[in-house]
Each structure stands twice: as C-alpha cells, then as structure tokens.
Design a protein around this ligand. Structure first.
Ligand SMILES: [Zn+2]
Length: 250
C-alpha cells in the first residue's frame, strides 16, 4: 500500500500545496481520499488523470471536495469522449451538492461522470482496500477512515475535533494521517479541529505506529506545529505532511 500526499494544506490551498487530497495505491488500484481545492492540478504530477479508480470524500467542505468539479470537467469533456464513470463515496447529499457547486441541473448533475454512493459508518471493500468509516467530530457530517491492505493500515482523521471514534479507527494502525489545524492557545473552538498536541494525543491513545500531521493551515508556523506535537509522549515518529511525499507501507 502506497500513500502519496497530493494536498495537505488546511482549509484553503497554500503556496506549496493544494487543499486535502491523498492518493492510496495497491494492486494497481488508485483511490483518492478527498479532492480539495486545487488538487486536480498537482494530482497529474503523480498519476495519470484517468487512472483513478474511486474517490472518497470525507465531508462536503470546499477544501475537501470542490475539485470534484474540476475532475468532472476532465472526465466529461475530453476530446476523445467522456471517460467511463467511477465511484464517488461521500456523505448523504454529495451528488446534489456537487451538481449545485458546478451549476448543473439534476438530473443528471454529475451522475454521467460519477457513480455516487452514500457513506455510512461501517466497513466495506473498495477495490483491494478494506475501508472502515466512522463519524468524527466536525460541524457537518464527516467521516474518518481506516484503510487496510496486505496487513498494513492507514487511518485518516479528515477534519475533526477531539474524537473517540478517531482513536478507534487508528487503533494499532501503521500510520495515522491526522489533521493539526490549530496551535495551542486560549479560546480554541470546540468540536471543529485538532491542535497538533491533540493529534499526537490521539495517536498515542490509539497506539499508532507513526503520526503524520496534515491539514496544515498556511498561517500556522510549521516548526511550532511539529514542536507542539512532539511534546506529547508518543512512541513513534512524528512528521509533517508535504505535497508530493510518498510513503510505502509494504
Ligand atoms: Zn471541514
């Protein structure tokens, strides 16, 4: 299982990264986790535009889903003809939200380009991946993920405040890809995002093998993000995600 960070910028694209998008590959199958603002551009550096087999959207905030509009154009209007539809898993209402975002009438909206499937908490097979989803703690319906393949596992927080469900998804995972949108400070908003320190606490509680901090907001100091996470007792390595970084989990 191979993870490539396409976009790891939090809440809006940054100068060095699109918003959230992660490419998971195994057995030649390519799954995108989130397709946030700007991601379709950078994606083309790492994979053929038409080599994606499925997309999972954690939630319908623009920085996690809006480049489905760009991908819709790329798949629908190629001079060689429309590309066959691929599955898009997302929260309830994804198909309508995406149609509205692009200004498409329904039907058909984007249903000729994408086969929309509604996520629910539980486990399903997507290509070679065993995918477990659970609701995390964010103002709109949001799913955290655990992806397993060949005895390896990756958990992805999506956007969340403190969440016991995230600890469950990340239990014993080889890698926790966890948002760290906030730095420590007074009057932090509840039930919205995690601080870097809270991300590390979740990784420690889950017994994850390693922690990669993501959803890094451009206005935050990256060194301080890493420093705050590193202050938490956690056995594994802690790093910051960067666009273009690839991790082979075997
Ligand atoms: Zn969000």
């Amino acid at each position: 299982m191979r993870l490539t960070i396409i976009g790891c910028s939090g809440s809006f694209p940054g100068p060095d990264s699109p918003a959230s998008c992660y490419l998971l590959e195994a057995e030649g199958f390519r799954l995108l986790l989130d397709l946030g603002s700007g991601a379709v551009g950078a994606l083309q550096r790492y994979v053929g535009l038409y080599d994606i087999d499925a997309v999972c959207l954690s939630h319908l905030h623009a920085d996690h889903c809006l480049d489905l509009c760009a991908y819709y154009v790329a798949r629908s209007f190629h001079p060689g003809g429309p590309r066959p539809p691929i599955p898009v898993y997302g929260p309830a209402g994804t198909a309508s939200r995406m149609a509205r975002a692009y200004g498409l009438a329904e039907p058909p909206g984007m249903t000729e380009a994408f086969e929309f499937a509604t996520l629910a908490p539980g486990t399903r097979q997507i290509g070679p991946f065993r995918v477990t989803t659970a609701h995390v703690n964010h103002p709109v319906e949001t799913f955290g993920f655990r992806l397993e393949h060949g005895g390896r596992s990756i958990a992805y927080s999506a956007d969340t405040g403190e969440s016991a469900a995230l600890v469950g998804l990340a239990r014993g995972a080889d890698l926790l890809l966890c948002e760290a949108s906030l730095l420590d400070g007074p009057d932090l908003p509840a039930d919205l995002h995690l601080t870097a320190r809270q991300a590390a606490q979740h990784a420690a509680r889950a017994g994850a093998g390693r922690l990669m901090l993501t959803h890094l907001v451009p206005w935050n100091d990256r060194a301080r993000t890493l420093e705050e996470a590193s202050g938490v007792p956690f056995a594994g390595p802690v790093s910051l995600a960067a666009s273009g970084q690839a991790i082979d989990l075997g």
